[in-house]
Design a protein. Structure first.
Length: 165
């Protein structure tokens, strides 16, 4: 599984992390991390400690919501959190791939062909470490809420999240 971190998509994430000053490692898991539940099981952590990268469009502008795995995004709050106006729509798989360069299940919070406005669910701060996808459904990296904000430039937006349960 170690060779997964050498895949082109994962290398792009590792390079983006290095440019942003991240000092940790991308790790390959023995089990899929395609969904938050899968990632939590593979890592042995609560589902809320998994960062979901959810792409939307606000009008014609792409916008990324980084959500705790146990929370749902409030799409209408995303535009306001980022100062964007327009109809908020969840991006389909083709749009996600086109705008991020990654497939659903491996979309990281950074490393895109062009910058994407990003807002962060502050409930990720409940955990000393959170885990985000690293360009492949079996690869993740550990970070914190504060570091995620620094890496992505995204603001924490309390109105972005609803508890899933």
């Amino acid at each position: 599984m170690g060779s997964l971190v050498e895949r082109k998509s994962v290398r792009r994430v590792r390079e983006a992390l290095a440019r942003a000053g991240y000092g940790g490692d991308v790790v390959a898991l023995a089990e899929t991390a395609r969904t938050a539940a899968d990632a939590a099981r593979a890592l042995g952590v609560p589902e809320g400690a998994i960062v979901k990268s959810l792409l939307f469009t606000v009008g014609e502008t792409p916008a990324l919501a980084l959500m705790a795995g146990d929370r749902r995004c409030v799409p209408a709050a995303l535009g306001a959190a980022l100062g964007l106006a327009g109809e908020v729509r969840r991006a389909d798989a083709d749009t996600v791939r086109r705008l991020t360069g990654y497939s659903i299940g491996g979309v990281p919070p950074l490393g895109f062909p062009a910058p994407i406005a990003t807002a962060i669910d502050p409930s990720l701060g409940r955990f000393p470490a959170v885990y985000a996808a690293a360009g492949h459904p079996y690869c993740v990296f550990a970070t914190t809420l504060d570091e995620l904000g620094r890496l992505t430039g995204g603001p924490a937006a309390a109105e972005l999240a609803l508890a899933a349960n």
